[in-house]
Design a protein around this ligand. Structure first.
Ligand code: GLY
Ligand code: MN
Length: 464
């Protein structure tokens, strides 16, 4: 009896925690989310129109190795499908295709046990019905020249040309199924003299994607939280003699450890003069005492990317010049944050940041005219964030908008200012959500101020 009680007590924590643990992740966007986005798009489409969207192509890396597959973001937003060789057809009004009537049709890759033994299981038509809750699902081999009767539609929206679907590599076995469907659609459009208004479709999707739904915000928050853990551990582990790629390894270790499938974009870890290269991605240099290290790295989680930058002194203490530039960028960021509220223009944070940096650089004697600020702060302050690391941002900020605030100052060697400023590149980048009452800094979990960063750099890391 006693033994049994002990056993039950010992097992309790295991069972308690195992309730949340599933064999595979189960926190993806729901079928209802994707169905809602399709409904929202159809709402915007004009009478008599049809939108035809294609999955992304498989891209060959070399010989028989392909690049990691990355689904077309609009296609994913509307379907949840992460497989290639698929096509989504959305009608404004019900239509009949291959004997089925409805407004939504999807053509997907058929299952093939021999192929799946090499490259893994796919959903196939049944899986798409069951898991993604589409009603009208066909395998892609069923699509023919006359499957869509374009004579009955007034306007057609497809990304055939804009997204390069028709001008790509055909794969080792000739034309792939996606290209076959795309060429059939293309010939039918030409035959029916239907102009293709892709820009309108792209505009509608940009509008929808610029305001995030609650399910999307949950995934972005997760991606951001994973990213700040990586940044914090790079702060703890950094020391002169660490290479840039070792900083990248620590960062990406935290991404993978926490279930991020990929970095949201190639990790940028520039030290010394490389802090002044905005998208430095080679990460090969050995850091030395007195260097800054600029890390612009973030995780992607279930398709949603974070985008976080921190700049730290590798020896744990900012030099007086580094501190002056750092605090100027920080003041610009704080001033930009004050502009993050519903109703403002999305360019207002940038305007505020430019004002602070211009005045600050003049005061430090680094520039003498307003125009020169572009020399040292050559990029924008904000971009939307979501399925793409550079996602659509609404013109007017409103609740649900998620975007970066990332001012920077970069002074490469040889700049026309006192040499004491050379090799100082600083960017501070946080991810902001506009709320009903103001904004939330989603990346506040990583320190931004000089004192907080220096304090965190004194902590232990398993990598130090
Ligand atoms: N994180 C890279 C960029 O925003 O361009
Ligand atoms: Mn960015």
């Amino acid at each position: 009896m006693f033994k049994k009680t002990v056993l039950i007590l010992l097992c309790l924590p295991f069972f308690a925690s195992s309730q949340q643990v599933t064999e595979y992740p189960n926190d993806y966007l729901s079928p209802a989310f994707h169905a809602g986005r399709r409904a929202a798009l159809r709402e915007l489409m004009p009478k008599g129109s049809v939108a035809i969207l294609f999955a992304a192509q498989v891209r060959n890396r070399s010989n028989d190795v392909d690049f990691d597959y990355s689904q077309n973001r609009n296609f994913y937003y509307l379907t949840g499908l992460t497989e290639p060789n698929a096509m989504l057809v959305l009608f404004k009004e019900p239509a009949t295709l291959l004997g089925k009537t409805g407004t939504e049709f999807i053509f997907v890759e058929p299952r093939n046990p021999q192929r799946e033994m090499w490259t893994g299981k796919i959903l196939g038509a049944e899986g798409v019905m069951e898991r993604l809750k589409f009603e009208n699902v066909f395998t892609n081999d069923k699509f023919q020249y006359n499957t869509i009767d374009f004579s009955k539609t007034d306007s057609v929206f497809t990304g055939l040309y804009a997204e390069n679907i028709l001008s790509k590599y055909y794969g080792r076995n000739g034309m792939d199924p996606l290209s076959k469907m795309a060429s059939l659609v293309d010939s039918a459009l030409v035959q029916n003299k239907k102009p293709n208004a892709y820009n309108r479709l792209s505009g509608m999707l940009r509008g929808l994607r610029s305001i995030k739904q609650p399910e999307e915000i949950t995934l972005i928050e997760k991606a951001v939280s994973i990213s700040t853990q990586g940044h914090n551990d790079v702060m703890r582990a950094a020391k002169p003699g660490m290479t840039e790629y070792q900083a990248q390894a620590i960062m990406e270790y935290h991404f993978k450890k926490n279930g991020s499938e990929y970095p949201g974009y190639p990790s940028i870890n520039g030290s010394g003069e490389n802090t002044c290269i905005l998208h430095y991605e080679t990460n090969q240099r050995l850091t030395k005492d007195g260097d800054l290290l600029l890390s612009d790295c973030a995780a992607e989680y279930h398709g949603y990317s974070a985008d976080v930058t921190r700049t730290i002194p590798v020896n744990g203490k900012f030099s007086p010049e580094q501190k002056m530039i750092y605090e100027l960028v920080l003041a610009a960021q704080d001033s930009a944050f004050l502009q993050c509220k519903a109703g403002n223009n999305s360019s207002d944070p940038h305007r505020a940041a430019v004002r602070v940096i211009t005045e600050g650089l003049k005061k430090l004697g680094i520039i003498s005219t307003d125009q020169e600020v572009r020399t040292y702060f050559p990029h924008g302050t904000s971009h939307g964030l979501g399925l793409d690391v550079h996602d659509p941002n609404p013109m007017k900020l409103q609740p649900g908008a998620v975007f970066t605030v990332e001012p920077g100052i970069y002074i490469p060697p040889g700049s026309k200012c006192d040499q004491k400023w050379w090799n100082i590149g600083v960017r501070i980048e946080d991810d902001i959500l506009i709320t009903e009452t103001g904004y939330k800094n989603l990346s506040a979990g990583s320190p931004r101020t000089v004192a907080e960063i220096e304090k965190m750099m004194k902590q232990k890391s398993i990598f130090k």
